[in-house]
Design a protein around this ligand. Structure first.
Ligand SMILES: Cc1ncc(COP(=O)(O)O)c(C=O)c1O
Length: 459
């Protein structure tokens, strides 16, 4: 990795860390017999270099991740340097964007470091030109970070929001999701907005197929990638998607208050549609805004316009760049394989112990797989939870999460999932498996969940 300084000065402040600390960090891929038939799935060793509490098995990266130790060390030092010598440490943001963007297959002019996914989704949805009578097709499993700005478009401009009801469980294939969007769209549909993966069941919506469907119909695509960055080896160009709003602090394990926005800025074979008009809503740059070109010439520098929002937090930006460099060095492909392999291992073990019907996340179609696993130890995903049972179902689920933490030292969470045919939402568990986990951790988790389920059944 090539070191660089965002500003050359006598103390080498803000020199991107990572290379040295990461020297011993290459993820050694060890083929595991269970996955030997499919080279896509290989398992790595558990990852050193994180200061996660050793007494706790932390499996809620979906809410937020843990910043690597070597990054934290320089982050702390950099904060002190800024406080000691404020102007010496003052510089531009561009070098950080230059360092991070290639890891996501993006050009500088289409890449923005944001504060989180919510910030990204708001800036994207406020910046696109959607007006009264236009329609968005989205899903009933979106996060408030996307629902909030869509709701503003509906209330402020009269944009119509159509929601496809997503199936839960293991019985559907990637093509089924595409069919749902195809059936829901009309001549007035201007945008598909969806999460990949979703936060409720962890299904990786088939974004490339959805991008193709959208492109054929002149529709823009906006993806909530809160869980995609840091989990998947993403090349934004190749995704064919127009806009991604992602987090930096979840699977990417950057410091809190970091995220990524991608705004497609070129016509290419991956997305031959002319660029959609886009207006940055936050900027202090009076030169870099305007309608976008409709051919394959670069349009105005959207990335720089959106990044120009006043003084940033330089140590935080550098810590984010360091974390991304760490991921690039380990190899984003290796991390993806590791995460998905562990996740499939967990899903298979749940299916063995409880039955595949208890899974809310699909496991058999590799296109739909992510490192989030959603399941209920108490009832099947297609169960009917009546309104009268809702309170008890919620309480049982919440008790399970609490007891997993208190009695087994394992941190997971539950979610509220709308399920087709069920009057009340379900509250399955959601488990995150990431680069610092191992198969031993999966076994410990499954053992604890089996024991707790039977304790609670006997209570
Ligand atoms: C799908 C999805 N979108 C958005 C968010 C909000 O994330 P952030 O904290 O990065 O704004 C979350 C957080 O859990 C999420 O799961």
């Amino acid at each position: 990795m090539s070191d660089f300084e965002f500003r050359s000065n006598r103390r080498d402040l803000f020199k991107l860390a990572g290379a040295g600390a990461a020297a011993a960090a290459t993820l050694p891929l060890v083929p595991m017999s269970a996955f030997a038939a499919d080279p896509k799935f290989t398992l790595g060793e558990p990852k050193p270099g994180f200061i996660l509490d050793p007494d706790v098995l932390y499996m809620n990266i979906g809410t937020t991740g843990s910043t690597p130790n070597h990054v934290l060390k320089s982050f702390n030092q950099d904060n002190r340097e800024v406080a000691r010598n404020p102007l010496e440490t003052f510089g531009g943001v561009t070098p950080f964007r230059e360092a991070i963007a290639p890891g996501f297959g993006a050009e500088l002019e289409e890449f923005v470091i944001s504060y989180n996914t919510t910030d990204g989704m708001n800036k994207i949805l406020a910046g696109v030109e959607l007006r009264e009578g236009d329609e968005i097709v989205t899903t009933n499993h979106e996060h408030p970070g996307g629902n909030g700005p869509m709701n503003i478009l509906a209330q402020r401009y009269g944009v119509k929001i159509t929601r496809v009801a997503l199936p839960v469980g293991n019985d559907q294939k990637a093509g089924d999701y595409v069919d749902l969007f195809r059936k829901a769209m009309t001549k007035k549909t201007k945008a598909f907005v969806f999460s990949a993966p979703t936060y409720l069941t962890g299904v990786m919506l088939p974004y490339k197929r959805l991008a193709k469907l959208a492109q054929k119909n002149g529709i823009m695509t906006i993806v909530d990638g809160a869980h995609a960055t840091g989990m998947f080896d993403l090349d934004f160009h190749k995704t064919g998607i127009d806009f991604w709003g992602c987090s930096g602090h979840k699977w990417q394990c950057g410091p809190g208050g970091t995220g990524v926005i991608y705004v497609r800025n070129r016509v290419s074979k991956h997305n031959p549609l002319p660029l959609f008009n886009f207006w940055p809503t936050n900027t202090n740059n009076t030169l870099l805004t305007g309608p976008r070109t409709n051919d394959n010439a670069a349009t105005y520098n959207v990335g720089t316009a959106m990044q120009s929002i006043g003084n940033p937090n330089y140590p935080m930006l550098k810590a984010f760049a360091d974390t991304c460099a760490f991921w690039d060095e380990i190899g984003r492909g290796a991390i993806e394989k590791h995460d998905l392999a562990l996740s499939l291992d967990l899903k298979n073990k749940i299916a063995d112990r409880w039955g595949a019907g208890y899974l809310y996340s699909p496991k058999d179609d590799p296109e739909l797989l992510s490192a989030l696993t959603s399941f209920s130890p108490f009832h099947k995903a297609n169960a009917r939870v009546g309104l009268g049972q809702s309170e008890a179902e919620t309480a049982q689920s919440t008790t399970f999460v609490t007891r997993m933490r208190e009695e087994y030292g394992i941190v997971i969470r539950n979610t509220a999932v709308p399920v087709i045919g069920s009057p009340a939402p379900h509250h399955p568990m959601r488990i995150s498996t990431h680069l610092f986990h191992s198969t031993e951790d999966i076994d410990r988790l499954v053992g604890a969940m089996v024991e707790l389920t039977s304790k609670m059944a006997g209570a």
